[in-house]
Design a protein around this ligand. Structure first.
Ligand SMILES: Nc1ncnc2c1ncn2[C@@H]1O[C@H](COP(=O)(O)OP(=O)(O)OP(=O)(O)O)[C@@H](O)[C@H]1O
Length: 343
């Protein structure tokens, strides 16, 4: 549905040239949700804006639903863009228009008959769960409600593709989950292909089928979400996966945690599992092989597609000698292991 071929985008400022995107190629298959993740300044916004030519690439090809956008006349491009919806971090609603009027706006621009607009707006309000807010103005809505209006407005033109530019970055975690659920629902019910950019692995993990990692304008790794979570290749991919696996040390343990071992103390160890290591019964093996029992302090196991991954804090009842042995054992099992201290 979307094919970017060797896209490069350079910006020219007074006496310097910034290469925001360098020779990026990617394919988003029909009906899929594809995420591009990267740190601030990596080139995410520039990349997604190249898909509907809000930014014109300096070189390369942009093909959406089989049509080469860069070869189009302005009139052809305007028609093609109606097939490509976009939502933004800050919603971009018209403040002087009510919820219904915002949603109706693209239909009015397309000279849709009034009765049809009315029906379509009612259907879209129901789809995004905002029927009771139809006469309200954006200023009185929460962030999540504003994004629902923006989603309904962009769906009004029946797009085949939805571009999401950090669509949940201004929202709290609970609202983020609700909006992500809505996007997945739209993807599945309406078969709309979604390309999103984000700096949060949580977003990727929650709804994407495939992911590409962007750094300094280049795609450094891409694959299915399951593949990336089970076999991350680059340090950046590993870092993003870790960042979505935060686990707090419980307060009672944090208070007792010290850097040095001593009588009556045990190591507190953090274990990070990925797709390669999560199915091994490592704790019972540790008990059998080393005679070391482990107490699970806190744990979180999640799924990315069919891949199970997670993080666990354990207190190991080990001696100073076999502490090093069990850490080595965990590492050999592909578990990222960190000795946090002693409790
Ligand atoms: N209009 C512009 N003129 C000059 N440089 C630009 C322009 N737009 C982006 N850049 C530069 O291109 C690079 C990529 O920026 P971009 O906004 O695409 O990154 P990003 O990954 O979306 O970052 P963020 O998450 O902070 O928005 C940056 O170095 C930025 O300064």
């Amino acid at each position: 549905m979307i094919e970017l071929k060797n896209i490069t985008k350079t910006f020219h400022q007074k006496n310097r040239t910034v290469t925001a995107i360098a020779d990026v190629s990617l394919t988003v298959n029909r009906g899929k949700i594809f995420g591009v993740i990267g740190a601030s300044g990596a080139g995410k916004s520039t990349l997604i804006r190249c898909v509907n030519l809000l930014e014109r690439p300096s070189s390369g090809e942009v093909i959406v639903d089989g049509e080469n956008l860069l070869g189009m006349s302005p009139a052809q491009l305007a028609t093609a863009r109606r097939q490509i919806g976009m939502i933004f971090q800050h919603f971009n609603l018209l403040s002087s228009r009510t919820v219904s009027q915002n949603i109706a706006f693209p239909l009015e621009l397309a000279n849709t008959p009034k009765a049809e607009i009315k029906q379509r707006v009612a259907d879209l309000l129901a789809l995004v769960g905002l029927a009771d807010k139809q006469h309200d103005y954006p200023a009185s809505l929460s962030g999540g409600q504003k994004q629902r209006v923006a989603i309904a407005r962009t769906l009004a033109s029946n797009p085949k593709v939805l571009l999401c530019d950090e669509a949940t970055s201004a929202l709290d975690p609970e609202t983020t989950t609700a909006i992500l659920r809505l996007l997945k629902d739209i993807n599945q019910r309406l078969n709309i292909t979604i390309l999103l950019i984000t700096h949060e692995m949580n977003v990727v993990k929650t709804i994407c089928d495939e992911v590409a990692i962007i750094s300094d304008g280049k795609l450094i790794e891409q694959g299915t979400v399951a593949d990336i979570f089970s076999h991350p290749q680059t340090d950046l991919a590993k870092k993003f996966i870790s960042s979505s696996l935060e686990l707090e040390i419980p307060a009672a343990f944090k208070k007792r945690l010290v850097a040095d071992n001593g009588p009556g103390r045990h190591p507190l160890i953090k274990l990070e599992f990925n797709g390669q290591s999560v199915d091994d019964a490592v704790l019972s093996e540790t008990a059998k092989v080393f005679g070391v029992d482990c107490n699970i302090i806190s744990a979180r196991i999640e799924y990315a597609g069919s891949v199970k991954f997670g993080v666990m804090l354990i207190e190991a009842y080990s001696t100073p000698e076999n502490t090093a042995e069990i850490i080595d054992f965990f590492e050999r099992k592909q578990i990222k292991t960190q000795l946090l201290g002693y409790v």
